[in-house]
Ligand binder design. Structure first.
Ligand SMILES: [Fe+2]
Ligand SMILES: [Fe+2]
Length: 199
């Protein structure tokens, strides 16, 4: 596997200054979340954060070629939604061109836009790090930052609620992975409530 410094050199060539800085920020945030939640391999979280948008700025047709070559459960809706391609393409590229064979890291790159049911801790860390990295400045970002360090499951549910609402408001199609992710975190919340004796 490439070292963090080697990956930074690759990103420096492939990404604009702004996107490069975003990638560094997501990596730093991923490492922080990993430490906070005692995820064993913080370097893995850092490197996955660096890699998550590696295909964000390559031409659309190159992204699409990588998507078509992916065997990572790509849905029709995702194929029809170009802004989602870079995540699937990124995982494919990391495997093909960078010889990254760590399944958890590849999944974290692949699902960082849509989420999915049963996300691993690393997948959650990357999904949230992307939303709360230092360069983000949407309306509720400080609230989301706080929640991310209080409960990772609660933060995922909040993030998915926002994502589903946003997609619906834009009149776009909802990827089934996102719906399944939303249902998954709702069921976790329900179980937590039942355990706490709240009906
Ligand atoms: Fe992305
Ligand atoms: Fe990103």
């Amino acid at each position: 596997m490439y070292s963090a410094d080697e990956i930074k050199d690759i990103l420096d060539i492939r990404l604009s200054k702004k996107r490069y800085q975003h990638s560094l920020n997501v990596a730093a945030e991923a490492k922080k979340l990993a430490e906070h939640y005692e995820y064993a391999n913080t370097e893995k979280a850092y490197i996955t954060g660096l890699l998550h948008d590696i295909c964000k700025e390559i031409p659309k047709d190159e992204q699409f070629t990588l998507v078509k070559g992916s065997d990572m459960n790509v849905t029709e809706v995702e194929i029809a939604t170009p802004p989602l391609h870079h995540a699937i393409a990124g995982a494919r590229y990391a495997e093909q061109a960078l010889n990254l064979y760590d399944e958890d890291m590849l999944n974290a790159i692949r699902y960082h836009t849509v989420g999915r049911a049963g996300m691993s801790r690393l997948e959650e860390i990357i999904y949230l790090a992307d939303l709360i990295s230092a360069d983000r400045n949407y309306k509720d970002v400080s609230k989301m930052r706080k929640t991310a360090y209080q409960s990772i499951e609660k933060a995922m549910l909040e993030a998915l609620k926002f994502s589903v609402t946003d997609v619906v408001n834009k009149g776009s199609m909802l990827p089934s992975h996102t719906i399944e992710a939303y249902n998954y975190y709702i069921s976790i919340k329900k179980k937590d409530k039942e355990r706490a004796g709240v009906k």
